[in-house]
Design a protein around this ligand. Structure first.
Ligand code: CA
Ligand code: CA
Ligand code: CA
Length: 359
């Protein structure tokens, strides 16, 4: 073999080896077990890690990437059935702006899906988990769950299963740092993103609520995101049967943790009444707010009436009422403490004549 032929042979060998090493089909894949997170890390821009997950047919498969540091880096997440995805060939890709991502396959084929985790910019540690409906975190109606947002850009996902025709409300209550800014999105049948959703919370701080006035039967997905800051929270899904209710007779007590904290109530009334709801807060030098709205949760900008007291005590009124449900929001503008909230006068005017007339 002359030196020229030897050189060509070496060159060909190098290309074959390079092809074998760099071809995606030879990238090592860690296999994911449904519901079991694995940890990994991206070393920097362009770094890629491949995973595989085996599923049965007809599942709603969700793969969730949760950067455990540097949530504001930009990562990408791709999924593909039966073959390795690339940045240009895939079945689905994550649609969130930062590091935390999720992809889903609404109706799986039986077999193996391949998942590509990629850094668009930056690197750091993450956890990755594949879920089907049986393992994705669930909000059972009426039962609060606790969670943590690590900091700006961190994302958590939940599913809520409801029958048709319910008024669904998902309430996020930061249990610390109420003045951080959190976001809450909801979507029917598919994961919401910050750009694609059915409804989003509109309160200015951490505490948020989203609602669906008249549900479809099936699964809603809720996305909690930190716009800035992090901390502990509780999250709960309510339908009208579990939403905190103000009785027409008898007040309720509650607590505002501090500035920015929010609590909600519903009150059901007949038509053509004069509804007065009074908040007696303490200490009186704190400033609390009270909002009321018919048929939907009030926000700080959309409401039927707002109390105009100068301290912790507030009153809202509606006259004449529409038949149905009014929603109340108690909010701390400054400070925190105990309060009593109740419907004023209704017991006497509505229920006493009923009692008398039945004698
Ligand atoms: Ca994260
Ligand atoms: Ca709160
Ligand atoms: Ca008071």
């Amino acid at each position: 073999m002359n030196s020229r032929a030897a050189f060509v042979l070496v060159l060909v060998s190098v290309f074959v080896l390079l092809f074998l090493f760099c071809s995606p089909s030879t990238l090592a894949q860690e296999s994911l077990t449904l519901g079991v997170p694995v940890t990994g890390s991206l070393s920097g821009s362009g770094d890629e890690v491949m995973y595989s997950v085996d599923v049965d047919a007809g599942q709603h498969l969700t793969v969730v990437l949760d950067a455990t540091e540097f949530n504001l880096h930009k990562y990408e997440l791709y999924i593909r059935y039966g073959a390795l995805p690339t940045t240009t060939t895939y079945d689905a890709r994550g649609g969130l702006p930062d590091a935390d991502q999720a992809v889903e396959v609404p109706n799986t084929q039986a077999g193996t899906y391949y998942v590509l985790v990629r850094s668009y910019s930056g690197g750091g540690a993450y956890s990755l988990v594949a879920h089907t409906t049986g393992t994705l975190p669930t909000l059972p109606v009426g039962t609060a769950r606790t969670g943590v947002l690590q900091g700006a850009g961190d994302v958590k996902l939940y599913q809520v299963v409801v029958p048709a025709g319910e008024h669904l409300a998902v309430v996020l209550d930061a249990t610390e740092f109420n003045l951080h800014k959190y976001e809450l999105y909801i979507r029917y049948g598919a994961l919401p993103t910050t750009a694609t959703y059915d409804a989003r919370g509109e309160l200015p701080d951490a505490d948020q609520a989203v609602e669906v006035a008249n549900t479809q039967a099936g699964t809603y997905y809720a996305l909690v995101r930190s716009y800035s800051g992090g901390g502990d929270y509780t999250i709960v899904a309510h339908t009208s049967s579990t939403f905190p209710t103000l009785a027409l007779c008898g007040p309720r007590t509650g607590v505002l943790q501090g500035t920015g904290d929010v609590k909600f109530y519903q009150v059901m009334v007949p038509a053509d009444e004069h509804l007065t709801v009074a908040l007696d807060g303490s200490p009186d030098l704190h400033i609390y707010e009270l909002y009321i709205r018919y048929g939907a949760l009030p926000t700080t900008v959309v409401y039927g009436d707002k109390g105009d007291g100068t301290g912790a005590d507030q009153v809202v009124q509606v006259a004449p009422t529409q038949a149905g449900t009014y929603y109340l929001m108690v909010r701390s503008y400054s400070g925190g403490g105990d309060y009593v909230i109740g419907v004023r006068g209704f017991c006497y005017r509505v229920l006493l004549p009923l009692v008398i007339s039945h004698r």
